[in-house]
Design a protein around this ligand. Structure first.
Ligand code: HDE
Length: 680
């Protein structure tokens, strides 16, 4: 638990529910102190346990009921508290106080998640990431339940159970876990071609983020802003991480699932504990109502994005995550998000995917959290008062005083009373709607490939290569040759070269027809055009006894002052002594540390070099080099790079002047990877 607490109204509310058990007597749930907690009550020391042992029964019963169902999607998640501050009032577009009051810091709770895997699956699976934010506003809770990918697999929510069934483990044997590389998923894709655009994102580096702190968030749907004058605007929401958007390599992701399945959890938790608070700027794209039909796609179609070059993203505020949870279950697991939790000034559109979500989230909480009172759980309570005539149900905590529990009434002066819009009452936007009742898809939703090609066109060469590799891996795992063929035939509509290359890799006939007339690209979609900074990056510093104390310390001090996170690795965990008696604490050895846990390597070494150490460092370096990471060496470490023939390669630095070395290393690390080293 971080001691650098923010004291906002949500934190104060949670404090009422916090219980500190340390230093207290052990009691039953009835408050009875117990004199013994190790032995059940028996008829004789070797005799049977007695039915009357209420303490045993209570302890065991509670344990037996400890689990609740995991979320049907987004089961594996990790969350943190923080706050949101607005840069400038958006009153021209919305009356939401959260987006008009620049002096207010709104408390937030954010849960990041993978979508597919179970609660215990690995963090770095290829998948979309959930990015759900609860704003505890003075007008009630507002939930922005977003993903790190701006589009979705399907256009109509009625197909959600189908896509989820298809991507989850296959039902007959529950294999594979947290992976889409199987027949059912790709059969779904080929037979539901509206998924094409989302699949391009899932096959891209976006689906294997380096960190929750380094991924974008997107509200996906088109929402509505409504201002005081009841004028409405279409709006899309974006979160932009101030550290830029960066990814792992697929090989790293796979290894991390064994070496540190909690890689993203550890990364977020440790950053917050260190005081490196993750920051995300909130952006909005706004389209006037009168411009609804001016685009070559339907703005209600959730498989389409609004290219940022056409509709600029205006950054309107910043969210800072500054406090870890006290209790995973009470906060992260019990938090209940819902896109329908809105405040005055924010409304919905007729996006058929959004409409389905507005039903699903409450429905799923009812089974997951065991009844209709989940809004009373501490993490879900709004920080403003709430009053209505809802009563009773499992786990009800509120003691509603008084006998009137209906509306309209005279006995309580007709209260709780509805508020007018002027008094802050929510009034739905009065959109004019007409039409026949039909089960149909609008013609304007029928282009499934243009934006998939736009995405492909916007990728840099290494990003394109990664997409090709990802398709080849995923479709290569599909046993049905017919499905493999259907998939490559489908993606020929996105890019013929891509489909042909994948076809060759997965052993099916390369398509000869296809291709796309779309030549447009959107530079904002490439991660190579993102913020580049070495801040908060982990550097493996490999040194042994007798290292050059003063010089190495100078390098490390400079890095720490610039926000890097050097981690000392040596032959053994513990204190390592360099020249001039300078001591550094090695927190890792080469058994506990692995290159995939780091962003860069600094080879120092020292006078002491065992054969085992030499072999392990060679492997470490080789892997970091193949993963295109910055590698630097000074002192005895230099020779080591020469032996491994890494010198004169991009992103490999040999330092004589320590100050220059420290600076150059940071510049090199800021590039994230040295793609020139990629072997194609
Ligand atoms: Fe969700 N989604 N979703 N979803 N979703 C859930 O609600 C659903 C969609 C998203 O950290 C569930 O509480 C439907 C898009 C996040 O607790 C469930 C449809 C986006 C989270 C549900 C979608 C999301 C969920 C499961 C299509 C990005 C995790 C547990 C119509 C904008 C929230 C729960 C958390 C969770 C339904 C599509 C984001 C079943 C029916 C698009 C981040 O209600």
């Amino acid at each position: 638990m971080s001691d650098k607490r923010d004291h906002n109204e949500k934190d104060e509310q949670l404090e009422i529910f916090r219980v500190k058990d340390k230093g207290k007597y052990l009691t039953t749930n009835q408050g009875l102190k117990m004199s013994e907690d190790e032995f059940s009550l028996k008829a004789g020391e070797r005799g049977p346990t007695l039915m009357e042992d209420f303490h045993f029964r209570e302890k065991m019963t509670h344990f037996d009921h400890e689990r609740i169902p995991e979320r049907v999607v987004h089961a594996r998640g990790f969350a943190a508290h923080g706050e949101f501050q607005l840069y400038e009032s958006m009153e021209r577009y919305t009356k939401a106080k959260l987006f008009t009051n620049t002096s207010k810091k709104t408390p937030v709770f954010v849960r990041f998640s993978t979508v597919n895997g179970s609660k215990g699956s690995g963090d770095t699976a290829r998948d979309a990431r959930g990015f759900a934010t609860k704003f505890y506003t003075e007008e009630g809770n507002y939930d922005l339940v977003a993903n790190n990918i701006p589009v979705f697999f399907i256009q109509d929510g009625i197909k959600f159970p189908d896509v989820v069934h298809a991507f989850k483990p296959e039902p007959h044997n529950d294999i594979p876990q947290a992976a889409t590389a199987h027949d059912n998923f790709w059969d779904f894709v080929a037979n539901n071609q509206e998924s094409a655009h989302m699949i391009m994102w899932i096959m891209s580096d976006r689906a294997i983020p380096r960190s929750f702190r380094m991924m974008e968030g997107f509200g996906v749907h088109t929402f509505r802003f409504v201002n005081e004058r009841r004028e409405a605007f279409f709006v899309k929401f974006h979160w932009k991480p101030t550290l830029g958007t960066h990814s792992l390599l697929w090989e790293e992701s796979q290894k991390l699932m064994g070496i540190d399945p909690d890689f993203h959890r550890n990364d977020l938790w440790n950053a917050i504990e260190r005081g490196d608070y993750p920051e995300f700027e909130l952006g909005v794209q706004i389209i006037n109502e009168s411009d609804e039909f001016k685009f070559d796609f339907d703005i209600l179609d959730a498989t389409k994005l609004w290219p940022e070059e056409d509709v600029p993203v205006k950054l309107i505020g910043k969210m800072t995550l500054n406090r870890n949870v006290d209790n995973f279950f009470a906060e992260t697991e019990q938090v209940a998000f819902h896109p329908g939790h809105v405040v005055p000034g924010i409304d919905f559109t007729n996006d058929p995917l959004l409409q389905a979500r507005l039903f699903s989230y409450t429905d799923t909480q009812l089974i997951r959290l065991g009844g209709p009172n989940f809004h009373e759980l501490p993490i879900n309570r709004p920080v403003c008062p709430f009053h209505n005539n809802q009563r009773d149900g499992f786990g009800r905590q509120t003691i509603n005083v008084g006998k009137v529990n209906y509306h309209r009434n005279s006995l309580a002066g007709n209260t709780p009373a509805p508020a007018s819009p002027a008094e802050g009452g929510y009034m739905s936007y009065q959109e004019k709607v007409e039409g026949r009742k039909v089960r149909a898809r609008s013609e304007s939703f029928k282009d499934h490939f243009s934006q998939a090609t736009l995405f492909w066109n916007s990728m840099s060469a290494p990003e394109k290569q990664h997409i090709m590799d990802a398709f080849s891996f995923e479709v290569g795992k599909v046993k049905s040759k017919s499905v493999r063929q259907q998939v490559v035939d489908m993606f020929a509509n996105v890019n013929l070269g891509l489909a042909q290359a994948v076809a060759r890799n997965v052993g099916v006939t390369p398509p000869h027809h296809g291709g796309s007339p779309v030549t447009k690209s959107s530079p904002a979609l490439s991660q190579l055009n993102t913020e580049m900074t070495p801040k908060t990056r982990r550097v493996a510093v490999i040194l042994t006894e007798g290292f050059n104390g003063p010089e190495v310390k100078r390098v490390l001090d400079s890095w720490k002052a610039n926000g890097l996170v050097p981690v000392i690795i040596s032959e053994n965990i513990g204190v390592v002594t360099g020249t001039n008696g300078i001591k550094l604490e090695a927190t890792e050895n080469l058994l506990t540390a692995d290159s995939v846990l780091f962003d860069a390597v600094y080879m120092v070494r020292g006078s002491d070099n065992s054969m085992k150490f030499n072999k392990e460092t060679a492997y470490f370096l080789d892997e970091a080099f193949n993963h295109q990471k910055t590698i630097g060496a000074t002192h005895e470490g230099k020779k080591w790079l020469e032996i491994n023939q890494f010198v004169h390669k991009p992103g490999v630095l040999i330092g004589d002047n320590m100050d220059w070395f420290a600076m150059d290393f940071m510049k090199s690390l800021a590039k994230h990877r040295h793609w020139e080293r990629q072997v194609v």
